[in-house]
Design a protein around this ligand. Structure first.
Ligand code: FE2
Length: 301
């Protein structure tokens, strides 16, 4: 039975307030997410994108990603044949660098970063062109540096951190030109083929539909791991949608232990925007939580 709770009078506002409380709790847990990461600008050249089939890669939290995350994404890619690939952020976890207590049985920051770099190199092999948004985990090293008074000049760019090799003379090499097609944005605006716009941030808040209504445009977000969700709303002049893209984390990993007692557990999957309309693509799981190897039946235009 489907019940549209959000249609009830006043409930949107109540959910929004609950969302604000949840966001405040997340800020408590993850640190000052509002702290400007002061991203060093590497300006993407003006490009006209074909946004007719967009694959949305959700929070991966490498190296604590779901063990089948990459093979699932490759299968979705081969089915969807995306014209563009975007990522909601939290591409890496940076657990050891967290503002909160780190699990002492997990890697320290150095070895963890090497595992993250290996995971990103694999992802980059599958997705040579990727637009990502900055995020509380993905930007953690920048947030930490900012918090402790490290000037911008001493902070490496995301591409350098994930793919670069610094030589003895100080030059930075990128093996196989890794990351040349990856671009990080604080906010990504996507021109949909039907003339509407969708705006992606790592998080807009727990009640994304209400945020979309307030902003008057389609919205995309990650961050809320328990939500793999599409909602629609009719405005006076157009219909809009909101998309929360789920996640591809490993729920069993100790780095994810903070959410284990929650009623809402990570929703494993990804999403797509096909001919301007969003769709959720949950990963079919077996009893052990592993991918069955099949793709769900996804409505296409
Ligand atoms: Fe996340």
């Amino acid at each position: 039975m489907n019940i549209d709770l959000t249609g009830a009078m006043g409930l949107d506002i109540m959910i929004s307030r609950m969302g604000d409380i949840i966001d405040a709790k997340l800020a408590e847990r993850f640190g000052p997410a509002g702290t400007p990461p002061k991203a060093k600008r590497r300006i993407k050249p003006a490009t006209t994108h074909d946004n007719s089939r967009v694959l949305v890669v959700p929070d991966l939290h490498v190296p604590y990603n779901h063990p089948d995350a990459f093979s699932f994404l490759v299968a979705v890619r081969d089915w969807l044949k995306p014209t563009r690939v975007i990522c909601t952020g939290d591409e890496v976890d940076n657990h050891a660098m967290s503002f909160h207590t780190s699990d002492p049985d997990l890697d320290s920051a150095g070895p963890e970063l090497e595992k993250s770099r290996a995971g990103m190199a694999e992802l980059e092999r599958h997705f040579k062109q990727l637009d990502l948004v900055t995020s509380n985990h993905g930007s953690l090293s920048r947030r930490k540096a900012y918090e402790h008074g490290i000037p911008e000049r001493l902070i490496t760019h995301y591409r350098h951190t994930l793919f670069g090799e610094t030589e003895d003379d100080g030059t930075v090499e990128y093996p196989e030109d890794r990351g040349a097609g990856w671009w990080w944005h604080d906010e990504l605006v996507i021109d949909l083929p039907d003339g509407r716009h969708a705006v992606m941030r790592h998080t807009w808040g727990a009640n994304l539909k209400l945020m979309a209504q307030r902003n008057g445009c389609c919205l995309i977000q990650g961050h809320h791991h328990g939500l793999l969700d599409v909602q629609h709303a009719q405005l006076a002049r157009q219909r809009i949608w909101s998309l929360t893209a789920g996640c591809l984390v490993d729920p069993e990993c100790p780095a994810m232990a903070y959410g284990r007692g929650n009623a809402v557990q990570p929703m494993i999957g990804c999403a797509a925007i096909i001919d301007s309309e969003p769709c959720a693509i949950p990963m079919p799981l077996d009893r052990r939580g592993r991918w069955t190897g099949r793709l769900p039946v996804v409505p296409t235009a």
